[in-house]
Design a protein around this ligand. Structure first.
Ligand SMILES: [Zn+2]
Length: 628
């Protein structure tokens, strides 16, 4: 996740789509000759109760109304289906939904049954079909148990006057606002008619309006086939500002100018990305900046990246996140992991691609800093995760896919690809990657299929020796993990040593020109045993507690908790109540919970903050604080 897209041309896109619709969805096949390791025979999606191998949706149409008063979505979804095996029933995933009635081919109501509820996967919906069934229409409504939706009251928005609602589909949450086959293994096109209060604007991961209309009714179309976790909707007091001919930003009116300033490089990013790995195939690339409760940095909903406002730092220093979400337009959205066990195929490639975009735009020194920060994240994650979760190819079994969304997928995946680049040479690797995206566009892929493709198209032709199995299937970090050296960070480390020798914060050792990343490196590397007095010296000199930069503030607060520096209490509480981004919340609550007094404080703050968090965040924190 993290992400971004104009009026490019439908002929190319339509022809690409049509081809891909014919070829799409290499079927998960447990007899695949490339699946050499029997213990990782996890090529079928375990996180769906649907019978997508027999009968599947090709297209779905939503006709819904967003009701803020009752915090509910009501309406219908019509599935246009393809019956591959002559099945006499179709099974959909649902979770926390009321199913009201079901119609076949738009006609008479038909009988349906609900299966047993499973806490992880939800409730299957069984509908009898026959060989003449082309469409299945399900009338339904969401409930307060719907995990995908975040309903914000006006006070939780920037403008404070209108409510806001957004969806989060990844990983398996879409089934909680639309009854469908909740698997990334199949791709669908969609269209939608959405009614919202007429003072609000609705936008989706589809063709989008740029202004409100009086009826409050908006129509959407997504002609390229996507996995269902990318169906997304946001409704609020939104306005649009163009960046260039095919990129732009949506946000609440009061934030729009700042957002447009921060994201001014977006058009150029798309150009750079295209130069690297081929044409951008989604027409427009827009970003919506959401209210602070959004649980992720970004979500790569196609055509419309959903982004946290915590990237609006005022100095464009956190736009790597946009490069990341944009890169997903190739890795993730164009070529999609078949199951959540293969999540690294989405994220590892995206981190690699993100850093290549950043290198093209801002140079190698800058990107080395990003890679080294990523390496530090990875080392930390490796020390915390159980060994099974340290593998690129996961075996989640009945674990929630969100448990696999760790730095292992992102950063170990990145370093594996960087090793391949290093071994093959950049030109060869770039040609390989371009071919990969071309060969698998609008398809889904497993780790085993990728391994076969890699061996055939890179390893054998260039006669390379790479310990692929160790990287994909073993825990820990292989010894040949590429080493990143950052000149700029070396200088920061020298400054850090100097600080511990002299406690001097006024000398020239501290550069006024440090970027966010240099500050992050400095704070992250504060030594065990740093005293509250030393923290105060730094704080007085550099106002770190008051930092408006969310990345800097979050790591500063974490270190302050660790070192017993408590001048941060007021700002820490305000930060935890305002920000819902899980990446920041988890380390802070973890640091607090390390002592009994800290845990008491954490629970007191959490009580106030929880209403501002999305399910994705509070579900994790409930577990962390032992409240669940
Ligand atoms: Zn990502």
């Amino acid at each position: 996740m993290k992400y971004i897209s104009a009026l490019l041309i439908s002929i190319i896109i339509f022809s690409a789509c049509n081809n891909s619709e014919e070829n799409q969805d290499t079927k998960p096949n447990s007899n695949d000759k490339d699946s050499t390791l029997s213990e990782v025979d996890t090529t079928l999606d375990q996180h769906t109760l649907s019978n997508y191998m027999d009968v599947r949706t090709k297209h779905l149409h939503l006709d819904i109304e967003v009701d803020f008063e009752n915090k509910q979505i009501t309406g219908s979804v019509t599935h246009t289906i393809e019956n591959l095996t002559g099945a006499d029933q179709i099974v959909f995933d649902t979770k926390g939904l009321n199913i009201l009635n079901v119609k076949l081919n738009g006609e008479e109501n038909t009988e349906f049954t609900m299966g047993d509820y499973d806490e992880l996967l939800g409730t299957p919906l069984f509908v009898g079909i026959n060989e003449n069934t082309e469409t299945v229409t399900i009338k339904y409504e969401t409930t307060e148990k719907t995990e995908a939706l975040d309903w914000l009251v006006p006070s939780q928005t920037a403008g404070k006057k209108q409510p806001f609602m957004y969806t989060q589909g990844q990983s398996i949450f879409t089934r909680s606002w639309i009854p469908l086959q909740g698997t990334p293994a199949i791709r669908i096109t969609y269209s939608a008619k959405v009614k919202v209060p007429n003072q609000l604007l609705a936008v989706m991961s589809a063709t989008n309006p740029v202004e409100k209309n009086e009826s409050g009714i908006y129509e959407f179309n997504m002609p390229q086939p996507i996995p269902c976790y990318l169906i997304a909707l946001a409704v609020g007091d939104l306005e649009f500002a163009p960046i260039d001919h095919r990129t732009g930003v949506y946000s609440e009116p009061s934030m729009l100018k700042d957002c447009a300033y921060e994201l001014a490089d977006m058009g150029e990013m798309v150009n750079e990305a295209e130069k690297l790995y081929g044409k951008y195939l989604w027409d427009r690339y827009d970003v919506i900046v959401l209210p602070p409760s959004f649980p992720f940095g970004g979500m790569e909903n196609p055509r419309l990246t959903f982004a946290t406002p915590t990237i609006i730092a005022g100095d464009r220093s956190l736009v790597a996140l946009i490069a990341h979400e944009l890169a997903h337009s190739w890795s993730g959205n164009l070529v999609t992991n078949s199951t959540w066990n293969d999540f690294w195929l989405n994220e590892g490639f995206t981190v690699y691609f993100e850093r290549r975009i950043m290198e093209a735009m801002f140079g190698k020194d800058y990107t080395d800093m990003l890679a080294l920060l990523g390496y530090q994240d990875l080392v930390r994650t490796m020390s915390e995760e159980e060994t099974d979760m340290q593998k690129l190819k996961l075996q989640l079994n009945m674990k929630h896919p969100d448990d696999g969304m760790t730095d292992v997928a992102y950063e170990k995946g990145y370093f594996f690809l960087r090793l391949l680049e290093q071994t093959a040479g950049r030109d060869n690797f770039d040609a390989f990657l371009k071919g990969y995206f071309e060969s698998y566009k609008f398809k889904t892929i497993t780790t085993e299929e990728f391994k076969g493709y890699l061996e055939t198209n890179l390893i054998k032709p260039h006669k390379l020796q790479v310990n692929i199995d160790e990287w994909m299937y073993s825990s820990g970090l292989p010894e040949n993990c590429p080493k990143v050296v950052s000149k700029l960070f070396n200088a920061v480390e020298a400054n850090l040593e100097q600080f511990y020798l002299t406690n001097d914060v006024n000398s020239s050792i501290f550069s006024k020109d440090w970027t966010t990343h240099e500050w992050l490196h400095f704070i992250r590397n504060l030594k065990e045993g740093t005293t509250p007095e030393q923290m105060k010296l730094l704080d007085d000199a550099f106002k770190l507690t008051q930092s408006g930069n969310s990345e800097i503030a979050a790591i500063w607060f974490e270190k302050s908790i660790n070192f017993g520096y408590d001048n941060i209490d007021k700002e820490l509480e305000a930060f935890l109540i305002k920000i819902g981004r899980r990446k920041f919340l988890m380390p802070l609550y973890t640091a607090l919970a390390a002592t009994p007094e800290g845990k008491e404080k954490a629970i007191a703050i959490y009580k106030k903050a929880k209403p501002n968090y999305h399910f994705v965040s509070y579900n994790s924190i409930d577990q962390l604080l032992g409240l669940k």
